[in-house]
Design a protein. Sequence first.
Length: 137
Amino acid sequence: MKEDILLMSMVEMVRNLKELLGERGLYAVLRFSGKRSSKGFFERLIGDFPQRIEAEEALKRSCQILVELGFFEDFKIKGDKVLLSGCIFSKELEGVENLSYYFVGLLEGLCEFMSKEEIKVFPLMCKESSIALSYAT
């Protein structure tokens, strides 16, 4: 019950930010917030990442982390496409596709934390409980 209230609150926050900042402003804020949150969270959790890995491996590990943390139930990577499914926000996700930019930022931040290469992630689709993304190194 508490989780439902928290999720509904976050979704309402996103809707209100969109009204305040416009769509592009919201995208930038969510992406930035996700990127900064993931880096800060993992630095506090484990300190520095002991080794630097290739970007594709960092992306795979980042997706695994999001699943282990409960943001998603599963992920698939095929070529330059990523499908994250079973989103924690699935009940509220319809109509708030912009929330995918937060997950884009989370992935970019996690990858940057683990990799020696920069990776850019781009949302393709946000529907039902899934988010499809593409990436480039």
